[in-house]
Design a protein around this ligand. Structure first.
Ligand code: FE2
Length: 200
């Protein structure tokens, strides 16, 4: 059985950038829903003794419910931990690597925004490190992620460093259909310490 992990902060911690209402629904309804449905799906596919990472790495062998809800379960945990209410300026290794691979932090944000706006429909935009140690910005549709065999068998292994949920449920209450405004706000709540830890 997978359990909904406790949020690392209060629902209101990310205000004014992400509202308490959005967080309580997103975590309490959507993430809880993925968790409940994942537990039903793994029972059907007999995967109760596996870790979520093991399941994702062979997801093409299982039902579509395992793919959608397993992705939804893992991605949201990763997303919550990518944010903080204590504003952090970007520093350390990640800043150096971004400058090296994108020219500047401003360029990186511009490219990330373009990628996010180009992700049609519902999905995720990720900052990842590829097998050559280079940073890349990638999109995945629905609840797919780079840990899934359906992703890495085609594109190679990529280590997720940062992710933004661009399903409308993540921003509609606060920003209606204005995804770019949501993204602009997101930069104020990124937990760069966490991103640096993931990099090392
Ligand atoms: Fe979501």
């Amino acid at each position: 059985m997978f359990e909904l992990k406790k949020l690392p902060y209060e629902f209101s911690a990310l205000e004014p950038y992400i509202s308490e209402e959005t967080m309580s629904f997103h975590y309490g309804k959507h993430h809880q829903g993925y968790t409940n449905n994942l537990n039903k799906a793994i029972e059907k596919d007999n995967l109760q003794d596996k870790t979520i990472e093991e399941i994702l790495s062979k997801v093409s062998s299982y039902s579509i419910a395992v793919r959608n809800n397993g992705g939804g379960y893992w991605n949201h945990n990763f997303f919550w931990e990518s944010m903080t209410g204590d504003h952090q300026d970007i520093t350390g290794n990640i800043l150096e690597k971004i400058k090296n691979d994108f020219g500047s932090f401003e360029n990186f944000k511009e490219e990330f925004t373009k990628k996010t706006l180009g992700n049609f429909g519902s999905g995720w935009t990720w900052l990842v490190e590829n097998e050559e140690g280079k940073l890349e910005i990638i999109n995945t549709p629905n609840q797919d992620n780079p840990l899934m065999d359906i992703y890495f068998e085609k594109n190679g292994y990529k280590k997720p460093l940062l992710a933004i949920d661009i399903w409308e449920h993540a921003y509609y209450v606060d920003y209606r259909n204005r995804r770019a405004d949501y993204l602009e706000a997101f930069w104020n709540v990124v937990n760069w310490n966490k991103v640096n830890n993931r990099l090392s």
